[in-house]
Write a protein that binds this ligand. Structure first.
Ligand code: AMP
Ligand code: MN
Ligand code: MN
Ligand code: MN
Length: 286
C-alpha cells in the first residue's frame, strides 16, 4: 500500500486539475492520495469523481494556513466535513487575506523594477480559488525575470524577501479545534521545515497534544533533512503523535516533489480513518 497524504491541485498552488492529480497518483503507483489544497475544499468533488476510474482512493483534506507568534505554520486537516460552517468561515477569511495582500506584493515587485502584467498573473492563477505566492512566482517566470519558482522565492518572495507581504492566518490551537469540530484529524505539515521549527519546540507540541488533542506531525517531508526526521519521529513517539509522510506535490515541471516521494504507513492511515469515523467526519473515498 502506497499512501501519500499531502498534494495540491490547481485549485490552490498546484498545476494539475484535481482529476489530473488523481490520474497522476495512479500513474505513480499510489493506492491512496489526500488532496490538501491550501485553505479550500473546492477541488474535492472533482478529485472524488475521478477516484473510481483511476483506482486510487482519495482522502479529503485541506492545508490550513495557521500561525504561532506570527510565524507561519501549516495544518493538515483530514476527513473534515466540507460543509462545516465554522471551518468554512475561517477558510474564507484566510482566502480574503490571500487576495488582500496581492496588491501590496505587486506594488513591491513594481518598486523592484518588475511590474507584473495583470493578464499574466490572471493566467498563472488560472482557476485557483486560493491565490498564493507560487502564482506570483510563475508570473515572474513568464515575464522572464527569474528562471523558476525556486529562484523567485529565493530572490524576492520568501518570508524574508523584499516583496514579501504577510497575510492573515489562523491561530494554530484554534485551527486544531476547528478541524476537530468539523470531524477531522489535525496533523501539522512540515513542522520543522523552513520557518516554523523555532515556534514548535517539543514542549509546545506536547501542550498541543495534551490540550488540543493534536493528532500528528508530518515527519517524512522534503523540507526535513535526515536528522530532523529522526528527531521529530522521536518526539512523535514520546508524545503519542501519529507520524505521517508525504510528497507535498504541487504539479509537474514546478518546484516540488513527485507524488509518492514520501509515504505514510498503512497502520497510520488506519488510525486516521478510525479517528475520522469516531468524530463523525467524512473520509471521502472512492
Ligand atoms: P503563500 O501561501 O502565498 O504564503 O505561499 C506559500 C507557498 O509557496 C507554499 O505553500 C509553497 O507552495 C510555496 N513556497 C514557499 N516557500 C517556497 C520556496 N522557498 N520555494 C518554492 N516554493 C515555496
Ligand atoms: Mn503550496
Ligand atoms: Mn505547506
Ligand atoms: Mn502543501
Amino acid at each position: 500500500m502506497k499512501i501519500d497524504l499531502h498534494a495540491h491541485s490547481a485549485v490552490s498552488d498546484g498545476t494539475d486539475t484535481p482529476a489530473e492529480l488523481v490520474v497522476a497518483a495512479a500513474a505513480a503507483g499510489l493506492d491512496v492520495v489526500a488532496l490538501t489544497d491550501h485553505d479550500t475544499f473546492d477541488g474535492l468533488p472533482e478529485a472524488l469523481a475521478a477516484s473510481p476510474a483511476a483506482g486510487v482512493r482519495v482522502l479529503g483534506g485541506v492545508e490550513l494556513s495557521a500561525e504561532v507568534d506570527q510565524v507561519s505554520v501549516h495544518l493538515l486537516g483530514y476527513g473534515c466535513r466540507p460543509d462545516d460552517p465554522g471551518l468554512l468561515a475561517e477558510l474564507a477569511r484566510i482566502r480574503r487575506g490571500r487576495d488582500g495582500r496581492i496588491p501590496a506584493m505587486l506594488a513591491a515587485l513594481a518598486g523592484l523594477g518588475m511590474p507584473l502584467d495583470p493578464a499574466v498573473l490572471a493566467a498563472t492563477r488560472g482557476s485557483a480559488v486560493s491565490i498564493g505566492r507560487p502564482h506570483l512566482a510563475d508570473a515572474l517566470v513568464a515575464q522572464g525575470h527569474v528562471a523558476d519558482r525556486a529562484e523567485a522565492f529565493a530572490t524576492y518572495l520568501a518570508d524574508d524577501g523584499p516583496a514579501f507581504v504577510p497575510r492573515y492566518a489562523a491561530d494554530l490551537p484554534a485551527a486544531i479545534d476547528l478541524i476537530h469540530a468539523a470531524g477531522g484529524v489535525a496533523v501539522i505539515a512540515h513542522p520543522w521545515g523552513r520557518v516554523s521549527r523555532a515556534v514548535l519546540p517539543e514542549p509546545y507540541l506536547a501542550a498541543l497534544a495534551e490540550r488540543h488533542r493534536l493528532d500528528g506531525v508530518e515527519v517524512d517531508h522534503n523540507d526535513h533533512d535526515d536528522q530532523t526526521r529522526a528527531d521529530l519521529r522521536a518526539v512523535a513517539g514520546r508524545l503519542g503523535l501519529l507520524a505521517t509522510g508525504s510528497s507535498d506535490y504541487h504539479g509537474t515541471g514546478k518546484t516540488g516533489h513527485p507524488l509518492g516521494a514520501h509515504t505514510t504507513p498503512p497502520e497510520v492511515l488506519a488510525e486516521i480513518d478510525a479517528r475520522i469515523a469516531a468524530a463523525g467526519g467524512r473520509a471521502l473515498s472512492g
